[in-house]
Design a protein around this ligand. Structure first.
Ligand code: PMP
Length: 360
């Protein structure tokens, strides 16, 4: 069996020890004679899995007691709509920072419910740097401020947590668990699972209890954070297997990696290696302001774009998978999520250097 180097932006690489454990527990989960996929979500076995996953996540991120952790479905894209449905019940204007394609989609959903104020934007710099704190101007009736911590397509990441008088809401789909985080700064954090959490099909929401009473009266039941919180994320059948795998990923982070400080140091090294190789060459380039370069998603272009197809073909042939940039921007993108080993980055860097030597 060969596992290739997987740089996919999502669904992304999962830690090999997690997949091995899932394999071992697949047919007969801990002597129960059935798989996790075949259990009732209300069974004591699954309740223990669900509660265990939440407890491990809470300890990894130091989630304060006055926050609820929800394990939902619908992806981060559903959160784009669910957030305004839950926070606009008392009126006010939703405020957004615009730094890329995902943020724009979030803004579009808020506009469906009446409108949105753009409190700052990266449009003027071509989405190559995030707004500075002094650029952020909220509307006087701000119901919340939303931003995208890491724009997965552009490879643009915030280097700070915005300060504001309104609840701070963040799409952390492609950066959660890559480093320690001060949850207490936020009103709502959400993330699709398929990058740093687990397989696609699960969406994590961490919400401050004080925000559970602001839902829009027309919010569908399945869109209501309070309903989901009161039912332990089991108002309906949750994505049980994805939840179980997320729990295994959280345990891997705690036990194999040693927690988020250790993960942060590894991620720092991986990104430094790849950006270092890009910056050392005239053959490759990345347009992002260095302070805002994403450690999770590294887009780069070749000086000679006519070599793109050859680069992708040759890289794939040596087991470097999914380096093609997002269809909306082209070029290349290497996603270096938690489960991408440092050895994969080393392999990518040496391929890039070799390719440049042969074709540059
Ligand atoms: N936000 C960000 C930052 C993302 O990277 C993505 C997916 N790539 C989404 C939202 C959409 O997530 P989903 O596919 O889970 O709806």
């Amino acid at each position: 069996m060969t596992r290739h180097h997987n740089f996919c932006a999502g669904p992304a690489a999962l830690p090999a020890p997690v997949l091995e454990r899932a394999r071992d527990e697949m047919l007969d989960y801990q002597g129960r004679g059935l798989s996790v996929m075949e259990m009732s979500h209300r069974s004591p076995e699954f309740t223990a899995i669900a509660e265990g996953a939440e407890a491990t996540l809470r300890s990894l991120l130091n989630v304060p007691d006055n926050y609820r952790v929800l394990f939902l479905q619908g992806g981060a894209s559903t959160q784009f709509a669910m957030l305004p449905y839950n926070l606009l019940g008392n009126g006010g204007t939703p405020n957004y920072l615009y730094t890329g394609i995902w943020g724009k989609k979030a803004i579009t959903e808020a506009k469906h419910l009446g409108g949105a104020h753009i409190a700052a934007s990266s449009e003027a710099n071509g989405l190559t740097a995030v707004p500075r704190p002094s650029d952020i101007v909220l509307s006087s009736d701000a119901a919340y401020l939303h931003y995208t911590d890491n724009e997965t397509i552009g490879g643009l990441a915030f280097d700070y947590i915005p300060e504001c008088g309104a609840p701070l809401c963040c799409d952390m789909s492609s950066s959660i668990l890559s480093a320690p985080l001060d949850i207490s700064r936020f009103g709502v954090i959400y993330a699709g699972a398929q990058k740093n959490i687990g397989p696609a099909g699960l969406t994590l929401v961490i919400v401050h209890e004080d925000l559970l009473d602001r839902a829009h009266p027309d919010a569908p039941t399945m869109f209501n954070y309070r309903v989901m919180a009161e039912h332990g994320s089991m108002y309906n059948t949750p994505p049980t297997y994805a939840w179980y795998l997320a729990g295994l990923v959280f345990e891997w982070l705690r036990d194999d990696i040693g927690g988020l400080d250790a993960m942060n140091a590894i991620n720092e090294r991986k990104a430094a290696k790849l950006y270092g190789a890009i910056d050392a060459s005239d053959f490759y380039s990345n347009p992002i302001e260095p302070i805002n370069r994403s450690r999770m998603n590294v887009p780069f272009v070749l000086a000679d774009e006519s070599l793109n197809d050859l680069f992708l073909k040759e890289s794939e042939a040596v087991g470097l998978l999914n380096l093609k940039g997002h269809r909306s921007v082209g070029g290349m993108r290497a996603s270096l999520y938690n489960a991408v080993p440092e050895a994969s980055v080393d392999a990518l860097v040496s391929f890039m250097q070799d390719f440049e030597q042969r074709r540059g």
